[in-house]
Design a protein around this ligand. Structure first.
Ligand code: BEZ
Length: 250
């Protein structure tokens, strides 16, 4: 799932972060799609959630900024197109918009929400779940500390949008939405490939200018820093996820 032009490897994302799809199921209940409705999946990735929505016999369109993801979605039988979330071209077309684990990647949230509002029919539902305030806070803090100890890497700035309930509610209302439900949910999440797999997947962009040696040092040192907080010898690694889940109406 990507909406900022970041290059994704759909297979790599699947190995390291497959849980994001499974955890998207409550959103479907929140949307409660019905037959023949037009639904937009915003940041559809390779279309696993989109496929689940198609089981309700609604017409689902996926968009994602990653050509690799859209190709994978199309190969999975999903109708998806490459489009940036901040440049939606739809007008009064959808009964519902759903977005799972994508909004935190989006760079111009005002434009995204404006476009979502425009894309919905009057009364249309917008449901979503993404990283909220404090999401992966321990990982962010360890990374900031690593950068402080390695000034040659420059300054670290958090590459995601993890708003508070208040800030996101303001943003939705500014775009014209009525908020029906919004909640921050603490969700410690097991990491199937450990913290190193997570770092390689989610800090891919951050590490893109690093040498191989710098990458190795970053991955190893940040993992060591996090071990006392995020590793348990019986249950393995988990990430300190905090989700913001919402439902808003046009
Ligand atoms: C998340 O799904 O919570 C997430 C995604 C990218 C970076 C950090 C967290």
């Amino acid at each position: 799932m990507s909406t900022n032009g970041h290059k994704w490897n759909p297979m790599g994302y699947d190995d390291h972060a497959h849980y994001v799809y499974k955890l998207g199921e409550p959103l479907i209940a929140l949307l409660s799609p019905t037959e023949s409705e037009n639904i937009l999946d915003l940041g559809c990735g390779h279309g696993e959630l989109t496929l689940r929505l198609m089981e309700f016999e609604c017409n689902v369109t996926g968009i994602d900024s990653s050509a690799e993801m859209v190709q994978a979605a199309n190969e999975n039988g999903v109708s998806a197109v490459v489009m940036k979330a901040q440049e939606l071209t739809f007008n009064n077309e959808f009964d519902g918009i759903i977005s799972n684990a994508a909004i935190h990647w989006m760079t111009d949230i005002d434009k995204v929400l404006e476009g979502c509002f425009r894309s919905l029919k009057p009364g249309g539902r917008f449901v979503g779940e993404f990283g909220g305030e404090g999401n992966v806070g321990r990982i962010v803090n360890a990374t900031a500390k690593y950068f402080e100890n390695h000034p040659e890497l420059g300054e670290f700035s958090v590459p995601w949008y993890f708003p508070s309930v208040e800030d996101f509610a303001d943003d939705l209302e500014d775009a014209g939405f009525y908020i029906e439900y919004m909640e921050l949910i603490d969700r410690p999440t097991p990491l199937p490939t450990g913290i190193k797999g997570w770092i390689i997947t989610f800090f891919h962009g951050l590490m893109s200018g690093f040498t191989e040696e710098q990458k190795e040092s970053f991955i190893n040192e940040v993992s060591e820093m996090l071990k006392p907080e995020l590793y348990n010898k019986d249950t393995g690694w988990h990430a300190d996820y905090v989700r913001l889940r919402f439902k808003a109406l046009k």
